[in-house]
Design a protein around this ligand. Structure first.
Ligand code: G3I
Length: 326
């Protein structure tokens, strides 16, 4: 048994992990990542982002993204595309701006249409699974629920969001289209903003299938309203996924901190497990060896359920318990 086995036994579609191209040359790492008892889904951490896929206008490179998509297909895992439109990791020709609204709209349409179209039906097409998903728009909001300033918002206002979703749907009628963000785990201004946007998009006939809760959390501070928040998202008629879960702590690791982390993982998983429309959970890589956390938050880390030596931590059992056990 493993995390994907237990998640599926409770009616979820998958338990998954992010990964990255540099990491899958690490054979012991790749072996666990490819074990479908543990992971039924993978997300490329970087290789389908704009800077990776369209570094120059109109020049698309799918080499690294294809490596991850092919790995998913070979393993019989679902694929989550990440991400079409995001203010970060943009090539300079996009972030520099200087485009008219008409031109930037066409740039978004070409980018999302080409990238989503490239991966249409690629994952697992000869396997049992048919589901895959895209984070079409990533991190559109500020903490107070206002729209984040970006080249897209500054030039187009919130219309860029509908443009991206429509282009993604036109490119692939079968993939699930998500809006994805962090700090929308519990109830609050940012989660409310997502609710209002999704209501508006649906009213306007914009194709949107899901809300991705990234879930970059901190040990000991996990919100108590996660289930209530997932329920308010699900009530909009969309599915919900936890897309980038990790729960970081202040180093050094102690048994007490690892015990609290186990409880925190348990509570997050339990919240998703309790809501049928919460269809799956992805951790943002599975081992502390490859976590993004220490490079961004100095002095913090150990955020994942496997340690740097690929040994399971108490958090692993927290996840199993959150799903109600094997
Ligand atoms: O590929 C270059 C390499 O050639 C160079 O030598 C090296 C030196 O710094 O950098 C490498 O690029 C790094 C890239 O990861 C690949 O490892 C970038 O500097 C680094 O900034 C980038 O970080 C990624 C981060 O997004 C960037 O915003 C993380 O790996 C990735 O895990 C992280 O993922 C994001 C999600 O996309 C959105 N939600 C938050 C999440 C965590 O920040």
């Amino acid at each position: 048994a493993g995390l994907n086995t237990v998640a599926k036994s409770k009616g979820k579609l998958y338990f998954g992990s992010a990964t990255d191209n540099g990491e899958i040359t690490d054979a012991p790492y790749k072996a666990i990542l490819s074990d479908t008892k543990e992971f039924g889904q993978i997300t490329p951490g970087n290789s389908m982002k704009w800077d990776a896929t369209e570094p120059q206008r109109g020049t698309f490179t799918f080499t690294n993204g294809d490596v991850i998509a092919n790995l998913a297909a070979a393993n019989g895992q679902l694929l989550r595309g990440h991400t079409c439109v995001w203010h970060s990791q943009l090539p300079s020709w996009v972030s520099a701006g200087n485009f008219s609204a008409t031109e930037l709209t066409s740039i978004i349409e070409t980018h999302c249409g080409t990238v989503v179209g490239h991966y249409k039906g690629k994952a697992c097409k000869w396997r049992l699974y048919s589901y895959h998903a895209w984070d079409v728009v990533n991190e559109a909001f500020n903490e107070d629920g206002t729209f984040r300033s970006s080249v897209f918002y500054t030039t187009l206002g919130q219309d860029y969001i509908a443009t991206a979703f429509r282009a993604a749907r036109a490119a692939d009628p079968d993939t699930k289209l998500y809006i994805n963000d962090y700090n929308i785990d519990g109830l609050g201004a940012k989660s409310t903003a997502v609710v209002n946007l999704v209501k508006q998009l649906k009213q306007d006939g914009v194709p949107i299938d899901g809300i991705g809760i990234q879930g970059h959390l901190i040990v000991g501070t996990v919100p108590s309203t996660i289930q209530a928040n997932i329920e308010q998202f699900a009530a909009l008629g969309v599915e919900v996924a936890i897309t980038e879960l990790d729960i970081r702590l202040t180093l050094p690791v102690t048994p007490e901190k690892l015990a609290q982390q186990k409880t925190d993982y348990l509570n997050v998983i339990k919240a998703c497990n309790a809501v049928p429309k919460c269809i799956g959970v992805t951790i943002w890589d599975y081992t502390d060896k490859y976590s993004w956390v220490p490079s961004v938050f100095t002095g913090q880390g150990a955020a994942l359920p496997w340690d740097e030596n690929l040994i399971k931590k108490p958090a692993y059992d927290g996840i199993v318990d959150g799903f109600g056990g094997f």
